[in-house]
Write a protein that binds this ligand. Structure first.
Ligand code: EPU
Length: 416
């Protein structure tokens, strides 16, 4: 991906459906006893991988990229996801909860996805065990099995988005009531609950730290549109500020963006919103700030990386604390090649603003690191070459087209 920086982003852009909600809602279609349709899906590689996986399980999938997907799960007889498919995305682990709920058994390999920490799934397995499942892990292969899946109490040791979603999936079809304590409150947890309820499930309390799920034997057809992508919205907001631009982001949910909006305001940008749009304006001169990543509604770890790109030119020294994932600073090493002044100690980075970044060859190490390099490239003097942009395609739909429509000079070429 080649970006020649220094262009001011201006105009309006529409966000797509949320990645982290799509990757939960698509496996959830396996719980349905009739065909169902999911709309507003982002056209990203994680969604395409899930289409292949559902088909490999025997489900009939009619998929129109960037539009909708109809899944008829009734012919799905297979309960195993192979190694290669499991590795294609992190969210392959949701097949554990979905297949356990659907057929009482599942086999999935330890998932792939971005390498931003050790990312164990012990809490997911503990949750399945509380629902009466036996769990076994050998050679990276995870098997969960339950003759009778029954509701149970699940106490998470830490707030886990994946664990909360996985237990919700299995519990939707378990006999009796499951209560998840210390549940994640992220918007995509609420979106999954809404989708499950639209099929007749009984999920209450999503969005709080206690979720109650009364399992149902039969879930009926539904047509459901996933919520807009909170992280794409945030990345575009940051890109607008980073280029001293004036951008309206349409089709988003401003209340999901409050932690970021507050930080941009603190830096000196102007942020205003209406029901489903946010406008970010900036003169491109920003104050240094401190950030600590937290679970929702705190500052999201997924925006820490793009935000730290913006901080590289803010006046003063910013302190960024990453509390969720232990290896989520790899993008900073890459940005030092572009002139960023950064010191990392454990989970804390201190970023001292420089007057200007300059273009350099850099490499994506994970999805949001890629988004950070795009923001840095948009700000930099000269041309930035971003290698391995396929990481970005995991979670951003048509990123070049969207940024180009706002005035960016960005394109993709095949490297030698
Ligand atoms: N954790 C455990 N044990 C578990 C589960 C989690 O120790 O069984 C730890 C993790 O290692 C981490 C923390 O708990 O330190 C939180 O992990 P969580 O389970 O919440 O994260 P996740 O489900 O692996 C999802 C998103 C991430 C996003 C995080 C936090 C998906 C597919 N992934 O990951 O998204 O950063 O929640 O909001 O939904 C991204 O989109 O770039 C991305 C990485």
């Amino acid at each position: 991906m080649l970006i020649t920086g220094g262009r001011t982003l201006e105009g309006s852009v529409r966000v797509c459906g949320g990645k982290n909600t799509a990757v939960a809602v698509i496996p959830a279609t396996l719980l349905c006893d009739e065909p169902c349709t999911i709309e507003n899906l982002p056209d990203i590689s994680d969604v395409r991988a899930l289409v292949d996986i559902l088909r490999s399980l025997g489900a009939k999938v009619d998929y129109v990229p960037g539009a909708f997907m109809t899944v008829d799960p009734r012919p799905a007889e297979v309960c195993k996801v192979g190694y290669a498919d499991s590795q294609r995305l992190r969210a392959s682990y949701y097949l554990l909860g979905a297949l356990l709920g659907r057929r009482g058994e599942a086999q999935v390999y330890h998932p792939g996805g971005c390498e931003i920490g050790s990312r164990p799934i012990d809490q997911h397995l503990k949750g399945f065990a509380a629902l009466g499942a036996e769990t076994e892990t050998t050679g990276g292969r995870i098997t969960v099995k339950a003759e009778n899946l029954v509701g149970g109490d699940v106490f998470f040791d830490m707030v886990t988005v994946g664990g909360t979603i996985n237990v919700m999936l299995a519990a939707a079809k378990a006999k009796g009531t499951t209560i998840i304590y210390n549940a994640a409150k992220e918007p995509h947890v609420v979106d999954l609950a809404n989708f499950l309820n639209s099929m007749g499930a009984k999920v209450k309390g999503a969005g709080t730290d206690t979720i109650r799920i009364r399992g149902q034997e039969y879930l009926h057809t539904s047509t459901y549109a996933v919520i807009p992508d909170q992280i794409e919205t945030g990345t575009l907001m940051i890109a607008a500020a980073a280029t001293g631009g004036d951008v309206v982001i349409n089709g988003c949910i401003p209340t999901h963006m409050e932690a970021l909006s507050a930080k941009l305001l603190e830096m000196g940008a102007k942020v205003s919103d209406s029901d489903d749009a946010i406008r970010v304006r900036s003169l491109g001169v920003h104050r240094a700030i401190n950030i600590k990543t937290q679970v929702y509604p705190g500052f999201p770890t997924d925006l820490q990386q793009p935000m730290s790109a913006l901080l590289t030119t803010a006046r003063g020294t910013s302190i960024v604390q990453e509390t969720i994932f232990e290896h989520r600073f790899k993008h900073l090493d890459e940005m030092t090649r572009m002139g960023a002044k950064v010191r990392v100690e454990g989970r804390t980075a201190s970023i001292t603003g420089v007057p200007e970044l300059f273009g350099a060859p850099v490499t994506c190490t994970d999805l949001r690191a890629g988004a950070a390099l795009v923001v840095a490239g948009l700000m930099a003097h000269g041309t930035t070459e971003i290698y391995h942009p396929e990481y970005i395609d995991r979670g951003y739909e048509q990123i070049e087209q969207k940024l180009r429509s706002l005035g960016a000079d960005i394109r993709r070429e095949t490297a030698d």
